[in-house]
Design a protein around this ligand. Structure first.
Ligand SMILES: [Zn+2]
Length: 355
């Protein structure tokens, strides 16, 4: 039951108020310069109110643009969220892992995994039977594209949820591990290691351990491909999208510096995806309108029975699509943002190898 889980999560916050609560590291974890004292409200405007994000604030470094939320939630709280709430039926991020994927490749031109794998291939040789590892594969789209673009890849995933693991195995023949350490212990190394929109979900205190695990998981001539939202709070505090459930926020400078500090050579880094709008444009954009709509509807949504929440969400998505359609000009419909680089765009894509 959702309410039990919510109560469990709230309880775990009360049982273990994090030791960092109320205090933040005064220096940037990446460039060591002083952190700006000014904080930003955490932008939690999904329809589902998860509770655990309500008390967060976002801080940033004025020197490199790195940002993070505080206070840091406990590992137990975050794990419970991903295990029970993140993909649940009443969640904004619901996905049914019991469903089978449609036959065939479909139109892959606007699939970001297509652009990521082609970029990785430009910086490494991928031979038959080499390993493709995805940390945080989400709906598993990268596995479909890896099978289509690479020569007989061995597919591996790092995934927490049992339902998702079974989904990857059934649809793409993927071997999933619970953690990167478990993958390393199996004696394997990845030729392409993908972290697409998963790094920003890590807690600040987990960064050091994560990068020390990435080094042994990557083959000597393999490449690490990272994509994260481009949220440089020095310039994006008013125009960024929803924060939930992200804990880390990267500028181009901070992402590159972090990789260099963690023992990687950055081979490529650039912005990609949709172009950011200015504050003025944002106020009239489809995104902003649907955010305002969600804010307005959220109290009503939270009072609904979980069964009706699902129906209601589908209805809201239909309205959002209609609004978005009206705002997309003919000219914009011709571009493929996942393949476009440079300027002020809403994602960062990086390719690195071990030093
Ligand atoms: Zn910094």
């Amino acid at each position: 039951m959702f309410h039990t889980t919510q109560a469990q999560i709230e309880e775990s916050i009360m049982i273990q108020p994090n030791s960092n609560q109320g205090t933040i590291n005064p220096h940037c974890s990446i460039c060591s310069q002083p952190i700006s004292g000014k904080s930003h409200p955490y932008n939690d405007i999904g329809l589902t109110d998860y509770g655990i994000f309500n008390h967060l604030r976002v801080y940033h470094c004025n020197y490199c643009g790195f940002g993070f939320s505080a206070p840091e939630l406990s590992e137990k709280t975050v794990n419970l969220f991903y295990e029970k709430q993140y993909r649940a039926k009443n969640s904004t991020f619901y996905f049914n892992f019991n469903e089978s994927i449609p036959e065939g490749l479909g139109d892959i031109r606007s699939d970001r995994s297509f652009a990521q794998i082609m970029l990785a291939r430009a910086y490494c040789e991928f031979d038959a039977e080499d390993i493709f590892l995805d940390i945080g594969p989400g709906r598993g789209g990268s596995f479909k594209l890896a099978k289509a673009l690479l020569q007989r890849p061995q597919l591996y995933g790092i995934e927490f949820s049992q339902g998702a693991k079974e989904f990857y195995l059934r649809n793409f023949g993927v071997v999933s591990h619970q953690s990167i350490d478990e993958f390393i212990k199996s004696g394997k190394q990845a030729k392409i290691l993908l972290m697409s929109h998963s790094l920003e979900h890590y807690r600040l205190s987990e960064l050091t351990n994560l990068f020390s695990a990435l080094t042994p998981a990557l083959a000597k001539n393999g490449v690490l491909v990272i994509e994260v939202p481009h949220v440089d709070l020095r310039i994006h505090s008013e125009v960024r999208g929803v924060d939930t459930p992200h804990f880390l926020f990267f500028s181009k400078q901070s992402l590159s510096l972090m990789l260099e500090k963690c023992g990687f050579d950055v081979l490529f880094i650039d912005t990609c995806g949709d172009e950011f709008k200015t504050v003025g444009e944002q106020a009239f954009s489809a995104n902003s309108l649907s955010s305002k709509m969600k804010n307005y509807l959220k109290p009503f949504y939270n009072k609904l029975h979980p069964r009706h929440q699902n129906l209601f969400r589908t209805f809201v998505r239909m309205i959002q699509k209609t609004i978005s359609f009206r705002f997309v000009s003919q000219n914009e419909m011709k571009v493929l943002p996942v393949h476009s680089y440079g300027g002020n765009r809403d994602c960062l894509r990086l390719v690195a190898k071990k030093k």
